[in-house]
Design a protein around this ligand. Structure first.
Ligand code: ATP
Ligand code: MG
Length: 363
């Protein structure tokens, strides 16, 4: 009996794992050339400092699928499909995309996306930071760039250039302008030549810093921004695990965290779980609601957002969401999720506590 139950649990866990495991796409060898990269291969080093010019990550099949707004998710999936179907593309005279620029604000999931793409293609990821390539000795910088690309081109891998905007900063640097220009140009040339060998992904926070010469080198560009409603709810539900929050609680968290990045949402959900564990609060709606209020009260909230209202005065927040139809929760659901009960929610709704609060804070 016991074993049967354990087996069922295992099977259920397996289903979840399958949901999360990225489905692997077989990359055609015509797309990616080179020897197999293994963990015992030594990465190239900076000659002056001995620092590694890149790190190597090997495809992690257990990686969670990042959470995206639908348009972003479709774009990424489309690219992955291209890389798996190079022959079909060639039959109609087109090539799969080989250079991808990912841009967006901090913590939006750009680096996880590169890891996710590598996992789906089953390829190792060779990551270089542009500022790590730049040596105080300009001659060494040129050599570092050449060595990095030689390495990436020798092995079947995806080359990831993280913090690519350091390049633009370098270009603006007034010092030794001629030499710097040559270094930047050599990087761009290497980028062009690498297209014979495999896929390159570059990441930047500051898309505006990149000039058109850099921009047009990338065949595809993906902007990842702050998650919208649906994606935010999925993130809240995922980052609160193993606590399984009710949909109305997830909705309230998501409402409070509008405009935040994925990394922020993860950080706040972790803080909520810590608070619950240390204060022995219940893991139900009301417990999570109070923990969220406590966590938000500790973090800086400059503007008058719902998060700030919740941080200062949970009752005012209940009044706020009871009056806001966009949250899409009935009074009874709010009552259960917050622990106030339906009739108190109804009173708070009429009292419009939040408007008083908002006006007071503006006075
Ligand atoms: N879209 C997302 N889906 C799932 N998790 C996310 C997402 N965005 C952020 N995260 C979480 O936040 C963490 C930070 O994300 P990541 O390092 O990819 O951000 P980034 O955009 O590269 O930020 P930075 O510009 O600061 O380098 C991840 O480890 C992940 O746990
Ligand atoms: Mg990053």
């Amino acid at each position: 009996m016991k074993e049967a139950a354990a087996l069922r649990r295992l099977e259920a866990a397996d289903d979840v794992a399958q949901d999360l495991a990225p489905s692997r796409v077989e990359v055609s060898r015509a797309m990616i050339t080179g020897e197999t990269l293994t963990p015992d291969v030594h990465p190239p080093l900076d000659r002056e400092t001995g620092a590694q010019l890149c790190t190597m990550d090997f495809a992690d099949a257990a990686l969670d699928i990042p959470i995206y707004d639908p348009a972003v998710g479709q774009t990424i999936d489309g690219l992955v499909q291209e890389w798996g179907h190079a022959a079909a593309l060639r039959e109609v005279g087109v090539e799969p995309t080989r250079t991808l620029l990912i841009y967006g604000p901090p913590g939006s999931g750009k680096t996880v996306t590169a890891h996710y793409i590598a996992a789906r293609l089953g390829l190792p990821l060779v990551t270089a930071r542009i500022d790590g390539l730049i040596s105080s000795f300009l001659g060494t910088t040129a050599r570092n760039i050449a060595n990095l690309f030689d390495f990436a081109n020798r092995y079947a891998c995806i080359l990831l250039l993280d913090e690519f905007d350091a390049l633009a900063k370098l270009r603006d640097d007034a010092q030794e302008i001629g030499e710097i220009k040559r270094v930047v140009n050599s990087l761009l040339q290497n980028l062009d030549l690498r297209r014979e060998h495999g896929i390159t992904i570059a990441i930047t926070n500051h898309d505006r810093l990149l000039d058109p010469a850099v921009w047009r080198r990338f065949e595809a560009q993906i902007q990842i921004g702050e998650p919208e409603d649906d994606a935010r709810e999925q993130m809240v539900a995922r980052f609160l695990m193993p606590i399984e929050a009710e949909p109305s609680t997830v909705r309230i968290f998501s409402y409070c965290l509008a405009g935040r990045s994925g990394a922020d949402i993860e950080r706040i959900c972790s803080a909520v779980k810590r608070h619950l564990a240390l204060n022995a609060e219940s893991r139900d709606g009301p417990g999570l609601f109070h923990a969220l209020s406590a966590v938000l009260a500790r973090s800086p909230n400059q503007t008058e957002t719902p998060a700030r209202v919740l941080a200062r005065d949970p009752e005012a927040f209940v009044s706020l969401i009871a009056n806001d139809s966009t949250i899409g929760l009935k009074q009874i659901e709010i009552g259960e999720a917050t622990g106030y009960g339906q009739s108190r929610v109804s009173d708070l709704k009429k009292a419009k506590r939040h408007t008083v609060l908002t006006e007071a804070s503006h006075a």
